[in-house]
Unconditional design. Structure first.
Length: 213
């Protein structure tokens, strides 16, 4: 595959210089441009505007996993797609990484054809990915302002329950439900129930599960 020009930049993040060098040689041979970083802090010192980030799950950035890395990128407004890497990908780790926002999870050593396929698919959706992540974070930030009771009211509202039905489920009065519902709508900036439910969906999680966890 040497000599192919993909015109995509891959940002490799890992604390081990040997690992970075090995992966850089391989992606260069595949025709990609490559940048390497010791950790996410170095990547964010001069945040790239385009490309795909490759991070070794459980080994890169102090072994913290993919979730904190994605959170660090989002905090700085860097909306780049992330591919997780591991020597022996385990189902639970793959699921956790994808739920956190990684777009793919590849085994090491990298298979050149599999990497090219992944990059090609991700590149086609890069703009949509960035927009989706922005909406998700904005929605989660709004949800974070809600009290536990306001979140419960929203959860039941999302299931189509009326104020009276929610009151029975929560063992409170319909008037109290109305107050919690009004406060919830103000906090998340929703003008009507359907908008509140849409924001809940965009947040990407069931708030009752989040509270239970």
């Amino acid at each position: 595959m040497r000599g192919m020009e993909h015109k995509h930049t891959l940002h490799i993040v890992h604390t081990c210089s040997r690992f970075r060098a090995e992966q850089a040689r391989q992606v260069f041979d595949l025709g990609f441009h490559c940048e390497v970083y010791d950790d996410v802090a170095e990547l964010l010192a001069t945040p790239p505007e385009r490309g795909i980030v490759l991070v070794r799950d459980g080994g890169g950035d102090g072994g913290r996993g993919i979730g904190p890395i994605l959170a660090a990128l989002e905090e700085k407004g860097v909306w780049l797609p992330v591919i997780a890497l591991a020597d022996d990908p385990q189902p639970a780790a793959v699921v956790a990484a994808i739920r956190a926002g990684a777009l793919d999870y590849l085994a090491l050593p990298l298979d050149g054809a599999r990497l090219c396929q992944s990059v090609a698919l991700i590149a086609q959706e890069a703009a949509a990915y960035g927009m989706a992540r922005r909406k998700l974070i904005a929605a989660r930030n709004r949800m974070a302002a809600l009290s536990p009771r306001e979140r419960e009211v929203l959860d039941w509202l999302a299931e189509g329950r009326s104020n009276k039905m929610i009151a029975r489920e929560l063992a409170i009065s319909p008037r109290t439900v109305e107050i919690h519902r009004a406060n919830m709508m103000v906090k998340i900036g929703a003008n009507h129930a359907s908008e509140a439910v849409r924001l809940r969906i965009e947040a990407g999680f069931d708030t009752r599960l989040a509270l239970a966890g």
